[in-house]
Every structure is written in structure tokens, then in C-alpha cells.
Design a protein. Structure first.
Length: 138
């Protein structure tokens, strides 16, 4: 059963400006060391950082929590594959919070779809409550 849907659109120039102004401080505030390492390997790191931020924002919207005292930027890590689907890695604390919030004792599953251009990055996240014994999606 779908329990949360979130989407976000991030302007790459805005992130590029923040990276130019604040550098690694900006990156470390919102991104994990693995996300930073991935972004810096790209031809245009601002696009990768934008995709990371859009994905995290879409997740926070789907979760209905935003980023606050219960959930923070480092509770969610994007795993944007060079070849393959994007994934979200969620901290144990965040997973526990969502299982409680969505009354999901059997767990949750997070689906993510991302898209990026030189101008915008977008992300769409769906949170699904798992039900024991139900058939997995095909």
C-alpha cells in the first residue's frame, strides 16, 4: 500500500552558486562522504549535488516529516548509480520512525525515480507500506 509520495525539482545554477560560495561546507551539510565522492567524480558536480538534494527533498515530502529534529539530511543517502537505478539508503532511526508513522510493522519500501539536465534535476519518491505475506511487485 502506498503511504507517501513526494517530488522535488532543483535548479542546478542555485546549487552551483552555493557550492561556489560555501564550497565543501555546503556539500558536507547536505551530503554524505559517499555522495560527495560520487559528485566530485562527475564532469559537472553541481548536477550530481542537485540530484542528491532533489532526491532527499522528495523523500522528506513523501515521508511527511521534512527535515527536523526527528529526521535530518544524513538519515537519507542517495545511491545514484552510473549504470542502473537510483536508490535511497535510509538510516535505522529513519526507518524506525517511518515504520511507526505509517503503522508498518512489516516494514517499508522506498521507490525513487530521478532525472537530470544541465538546468534542472528532479526526483519522485514513493513510500510503500509492506504487508506480510503479500506478493512483491513485479
Amino acid at each position: 500500500m502506498i503511504v507517501g509520495i513526494g517530488t522535488d525539482l532543483c535548479r542546478v545554477s542555485r546549487v552551483r552558486h552555493s557550492l561556489d560560495r560555501f564550497g565543501d561546507t555546503f556539500a558536507r551539510t547536505y551530503c554524505s562522504p559517499r555522495e560527495i565522492e560520487y559528485a566530485k567524480r562527475q564532469l559537472n558536480p553541481a548536477i550530481a549535488f542537485s540530484q542528491c538534494l532533489a532526491t532527499k527533498e522528495a523523500f522528506a515530502k513523501a515521508a511527511g516529516t521534512g527535515f527536523n529534529s526527528d529526521m535530518w539530511w544524513d538519515d537519507v543517502e542517495t545511491n545514484i548509480a552510473d549504470n542502473g537505478p537510483s536508490r535511497l539508503l535510509i538510516s535505522a532511526d529513519a526507518a524506525s520512525l517511518l515504520k511507526s508513522k505509517f503503522e508498518a510493522p512489516d516494514g517499508i519500501r522506498v521507490h525513487v525515480s530521478t532525472c537530470s539536465t544541465a538546468v534542472f534535476c528532479s526526483a519522485f519518491v514513493v513510500i510503500e507500506r509492506l504487508i506480510a505475506g503479500s506478493e512483491p511487485p513485479r
